[in-house]
Design a protein around this ligand. Structure first.
Ligand code: NAD
Length: 471
């Protein structure tokens, strides 16, 4: 047993924040104002289940209100607690700011193991939780907008939206009270995979910067790069699948709760995912080597390690043994403050969580906009764009006096649908976020790494808002 004790998740987040704030020139007290969690509410509520009552404990933290609504997921986990919720809410504030999403940060959790309850019971519990949030002013399109996180998903979001709609029948924008809903209940195309897709776009953008590649001791593109991913849930599954199937990366390791699968030639993410869905574990999968002590697979050599499960998995205990060249933080807070210091000293390039997993909130923002505008993206202009494309095709064909290549022609004739627009908006956001972080890193010699740069970027943008508000 290790005797080494790391900082808590919240302490880690605040220490990273402080490192960035110290590198900046801020008015006295402003850093503290930005860092402080504005409000956190603990709720205990009874739910009638199986002829008796069960008491549940939930939290919703509103880290900041410099922009409204406050936005952040709801997590269902047996180990959830208030400090974790506060840390996650703070990360949401910084994340929104980094990727230019005009929300402040919030986060919620319910202390529950969702696997122990039937679907009907979960619906009952979730609707009760929504009522509790609503009556405390912690739910609503203009005030506080939850989304899915660990242990929650689309179905729960649609229960929350439905409950809110019942409580506020005259609220025309009621559906915008929560994001991550199924498309037929007011959701947006591309939201389910958005965080994993954002992780892919963020890693692709890293590969577009030769100096960053060099500092990570890498070259070329994603083709053939060896990746280990921890957590084959929403984020990890989509990120690994896209990087493997679209970019040609090799998924040489997948770590789950029960253990890890490793295979130098690369695993099929889809096949492992389907196996896990059917058997609830990785053990017994047809290819690769199974390791019972899954966490040890974090320490295997690879080009990119993607922790996509939970916080604090790389600490000062195991950081000295990590061999990855890049750590792409898909989960929130997967590296502790002390672990981070060791990784940096080892020259490992970290793409920080505050930026890399912002794809979910970015597409949630698009969903919220869609709900407020009551119209699907692309509905007004798709045909128009197609007609413009047809004119261009006619002009080109008459100019070159022969038909265009059929593929080029089809591309020009196709107007954008919602999924195309969402992906394009997400890709643009992830590229811009990366470049802004890099710019602040290179322009301030006191900033030594990308995590600090990401925090500094967030602090600068929020400080500007405070500055204008309280003149
Ligand atoms: P999820 O519940 O869908 O998946 C988590 C996966 O991790 C599951 O497959 C679970 O079995 C696995 N896991 C749990 N404990 C593990 C352990 N000790 N070792 C290995 N695997 C383990 O959750 P998710 O939505 O994919 O979220 C994962 C992380 O990404 C969390 O940190 C979450 O806060 C963060 N995140 C999620 C979103 C989103 O849109 N879902 C957005 C931003 C950040």
């Amino acid at each position: 047993m290790s005797q080494i004790k790391d900082l808590s998740f919240l302490e880690s987040v605040n220490k990273s924040f402080n490192l960035a704030a110290e590198a900046m020139d801020l008015p006295k007290g402003l850093a503290r104002q930005i860092r402080t969690c504005n409000a956190v509410c603990e709720m205990k509520f009874g739910v009638e289940l199986n002829g008796g009552y069960e008491i549940f404990t939930g939290w919703r933290a509103t880290h900041s209100e410099h922009a409204l609504p406050a936005k952040g997921g709801i997590r269902y986990a047996p180990f959830a607690d208030q400090q974790e919720v506060e840390a996650l809410a703070a990360l949401m504030t910084y994340k929104c700011s980094i990727v230019n999403v005009p929300f402040a940060g919030s986060k919620g959790a319910l202390s529950i193991d969702p696997k122990k309850y039937s679907l009907e019971e979960l619906e009952h519990i979730t609707r009760r939780f929504a009522q509790e949030l609503d009556k405390r002013g912690l739910l609503g399109p203009g005030i506080n907008v939850p989304a899915p996180d660990m242990g929650t998903g689309q179905r729960m979001m649609s229960w929350i939206a439905d409950e809110y709609q019942k409580l506020h029948p005259n609220e025309i924008n009621a559906r915008a009270c929560v994001t991550g809903k199924p498309v037929h209940c007011g959701g947006v195309q591309g939201r389910i995979e958005a965080t994993g897709r954002g992780v892919q776009y963020g890693i692709q953008e890293f590969f577009r910067h030769p100096d960053d590649l060099k500092s990570a001791n890498l070259e070329g593109n994603l083709e053939g790069k060896k990746i280990i991913v921890q957590g084959l849930g929403n984020v990890g599954y989509h990120a690994a699948k896209f990087l493997e199937e679209e970019d040609g990366a090799l998924i040489v390791g997948i770590i789950e709760r029960d253990g890890a699968l490793v295979c130098e030639e690369g695993l099929s993410t889809e096949a492992v995912y389907q196996y896990k869905l059917e058997h609830g574990k990785l053990e017994g999968f047809a290819s690769g080597r199974y390791m019972k002590k899954g966490k040890e697979a974090l320490e295997l050599p690879c080009d990119i390690l993607i922790p996509a499960a939970l916080e604090g998995v790389i600490s000062k205990e195991n950081a000295p043994r990590i061999q990855a060249r890049v750590i792409a933080e898909a989960a929130n807070g997967p590296v502790t403050f002390d672990g981070d210091k060791i990784l940096r000293e080892k020259g490992i390039f970290i793409i920080p969580d505050t930026y890399l997993n912002a794809g979910g909130v970015t597409v949630s923002y698009f969903e919220w906009l869609k709900n407020l505008s009551h119209v699907r993206f692309g509905r007004m202009d798709r045909r128009f764009v197609e007609a413009q494309g047809a004119k261009i095709v006619r002009l080109i064909e008459s100019g070159i006096d022969k038909p265009l290549d059929p593929k080029a022609k089809a591309d020009l004739l196709k107007g954008p649908d919602e999924l195309t627009l969402v992906r394009s908006g997400l890709e643009d956001t992830m590229c811009e976020g990366y470049q802004e972080i890099k710019e602040i890193h290179s322009s301030n010699p006191k900033i030594k790494d990308r995590r600090t740069a990401a925090f500094a970027l967030a602090i600068r943008k929020i400080a500007d808002i405070y500055d204008s508000m309280y003149l």
